[in-house]
Design a protein. Structure first.
Length: 134
């Protein structure tokens, strides 16, 4: 993916990367926060070998509007990876990986789709990806 520009969030460890590659799998679908404990999710990450990896996990705990905990094998380099859920059979971005637990017991922390949309509010992308969050 050719990154043309980026913009960092002031307080959260997230950034908006601008690219002309509209076929990248992370740019398909909408952003959603409609997830529940027990939901299965798919994780897209790029660990140490810089190859894209798909993993599955399950939401085990919600942390209000801040984020949620996923059980899955997460590795260094996966931070910033997409957390994808299925909504009515369609893939939606439901979060973004931020970190793993320090004990390496197969838990990862992800921010919610609504926090991603909060970041996108000041960009032209908000209407394309967060139309139900107006």
């Amino acid at each position: 993916v050719n990154i043309e520009s980026y913009q960092r969030h002031q307080t959260d460890d997230i950034a908006l990367l601008e690219t002309s590659d509209s076929k990248h799998p992370c740019f398909q679908g909408k952003i959603s926060s409609d997830n529940h404990i027990g939901d299965f999710v798919f994780i897209i990450g790029y660990n140490d070998d810089n190859n894209q990896h798909y993993r599955e996990g399950k939401i085990t705990r919600k942390l209000g509007n801040l984020g949620f905990i996923i059980t899955s094998d997460i590795f260094p380099g996966d931070s910033g990876g997409a957390v994808i859920a299925l909504e009515f059979g369609q893939p939606v971005l439901t979060g973004m990986l931020l970190a793993t637990d320090r004990d390496k017991t197969r838990y990862a922390y992800a921010i919610t789709g609504s926090r991603i949309c909060d970041f996108l509010k000041e960009t032209p992308l908000f209407n394309d990806y967060c139309e139900d969050k107006k």
